[in-house]
Design a protein around this ligand. Structure first.
Ligand code: SF4
Length: 490
């Protein structure tokens, strides 16, 4: 029996692994193993096979490639695929090797070691490791993780909650989905460590509606972990469930998420109080995104000092960057903070796609600044981005080519904000609609003198007076498009 490995990740399936699985389903002497994804989506469908010299891969495979694969003809050693070999993977180290719901795969590759170590530590010692690690939340705000955990741990309450924010809505981001579909036990382990540290007995994974496969896999993974006893310790059982949202971008904001989780419309709450003190149903709640929780097990297993030794002064550890748009090699890249945008686009993205010329890059989803070629020397870390008036967000990098209409791009992002605004505060609710209208008038050739000044004024008002990041950040794509590509706005 020959065993071949094919990813079951949604992106890999869309790129053709499902077609191969169906074509080869009844091939004699063949066992197809469905795994997590390597994240090298430009190589999908990627077929792998264990040979005496190690794991071999056949990229962009078609059903007709089966005879060659079985004969061991062609193929590349996985460890010589530069896109993968040049990365320094921690959270995604085992992706492509593990079967998503196989507890034995997860355990045999280091899974649960963080939780086991946490079991031997006091809550303060767990939080101490997080403090030493200098881990900052990977969802956008980049708040020190230990600090939120300390507040929730110190709060006196009869009930505390741990909530994973799986409402991954930024354009070009998918690392949370890869974790939930590919290594769901890693997310569960991170949440269990948090629960132990703060004294929580209930948890929710708030999964966006657009991720049905992730929600399904998570539910099965929770049941499997529960059967294996991982959800129970000397304090009793940790009740963990999946909650599917209704498709609102603003529910990625933690307080809107909590409103939705409580059964109401996703409207942002004023802060303070912060969720760590008064969150779900008014109880202390840690809300972090999936990638943040998934980073925690390695920190507990290998120690906070190890994590702090990676990255830059203000940005420790690794970052999962998701490169997309008009590059040759779209995919997931995990490297320590500090590489420049140019390095990432060239070395990992492979440069521009055939026939395309670089025009701009955006990081941070629909709220991210647009950078021209002259700004590609910015290091990927929180401080440098903040200094440049930008956000790293969830690590989505979208590259645009010279065929991109920047006015239309700016209008598109402002229309997105107008659609997704929760409506609670006036600068965002009205400012986004008026800004979109000005851009539409410009496109229709009906702009009036002073319109761009008005757009800038509206942008400054939204930045300074909006209640949450959606309104505060929405002007950035528009204002940076005008700053760097002024000719297109005349
Ligand atoms: S900034 Fe926009 S999304 Fe945020 S609270 Fe105000 S209206 Fe709602």
């Amino acid at each position: 029996m020959t065993r071949l490995y094919l990813s079951n990740d949604t992106s890999a399936r869309a790129a053709g692994t499902e077609r191969l699985a169906q074509a080869w389903a009844s091939a004699p002497g063949l066992e197809l193993v469905r795994t997590s994804a390597r994240g090298a989506f430009f190589l999908e469908p990627l077929v792998e096979r264990d040979l005496p010299g190690g794991r071999m891969a056949w990229s962009n495979a078609t059903p007709d490639d089966l005879p060659n694969i079985l004969a061991g003809i062609g193929g590349t050693p996985v460890n010589r695929i530069a896109f993968l070999a040049d990365q320094q993977r921690v959270t995604f180290a085992n992706f492509g090797m593990t079967r998503p719901l196989a507890l034995e795969d997860y355990g045999s590759l280091g899974g649960w070691q963080g939780l086991e170590r946490a079991g031997s530590l006091s809550p303060d010692a767990i939080i101490g490791e997080l403090k030493t690690s200098r881990l900052r939340g990977r969802g956008g705000a980049a708040f020190p993780v230990w600090s939120k955990w300390q507040v929730a741990k110190d709060a006196a309450a009869d009930q505390k909650y741990v909530v994973a924010n799986a409402d991954e809505g930024d354009a070009g981001t998918y690392c949370d989905r890869m974790i939930m579909e590919g290594e769901p036990f890693r997310l569960i382990e991170g949440m269990l460590i948090c629960a132990r540290a703060i004294g929580a007995t209930r948890g929710f994974i708030y999964c966006r509606q657009e991720y049905p496969a992730a929600a399904r896999t998570l539910r099965e993974a929770i049941a499997a972990a529960e059967r294996a006893g991982w959800l129970t310790d000397e304090r009793g059982r940790f009740h963990l469930e999946v909650f599917v949202g209704a498709g609102s971008y603003v529910c990625g904001e933690e307080t809107a998420l909590l409103e939705s989780l409580e059964g109401r419309r996703g409207v942002v709450r004023a802060k303070p109080p912060y969720p760590a003190l008064s969150g779900l149903y008014g109880k202390p709640t840690i809300v972090s995104n999936v990638l943040t929780f998934a980073t925690v097990p390695s920190i507990l297993a290998r120690g906070g000092d190890w994590h702090a030794s990676l990255g830059t002064e203000g940005s420790r550890g690794t970052m999962a960057l998701q490169i997309g748009g008009r590059v040759k090699q779209p995919g997931l890249v995990e490297i320590p903070f500090g590489a420049t945008l140019a390095e990432v686009i060239e070395r990992f993205g492979g440069g521009m796609a055939a026939g395309a010329r670089f025009k701009a890059v955006q990081i941070g989803g629909p709220l991210g600044s647009l950078f021209p070629a002259s700004r590609l020397d910015i290091p990927i870390c929180y401080d440098a981005f903040s200094k440049a008036g930008a956000i790293l967000g969830h690590g989505g990098i979208v590259v645009y080519d010279d065929g991109t209409d920047m006015v239309e791009l700016a209008r598109h992002f402002m229309a997105f904000t107008a659609d997704e605004s929760c409506g609670k505060c006036t600068p965002c609710r009205i400012g986004s609609v008026r800004s979109r209208e000005i851009l539409e008038q410009l496109q229709a050739g009906r702009s009036r003198p002073g319109d761009l000044d008005l757009l800038a004024d509206l942008g400054e008002t939204m930045k300074g007076a909006s209640l949450c990041a959606l309104g505060q950040r929405a002007p950035y794509p528009v204002l940076t498009a005008i700053e760097h590509f002024p000719d297109e706005f005349r």
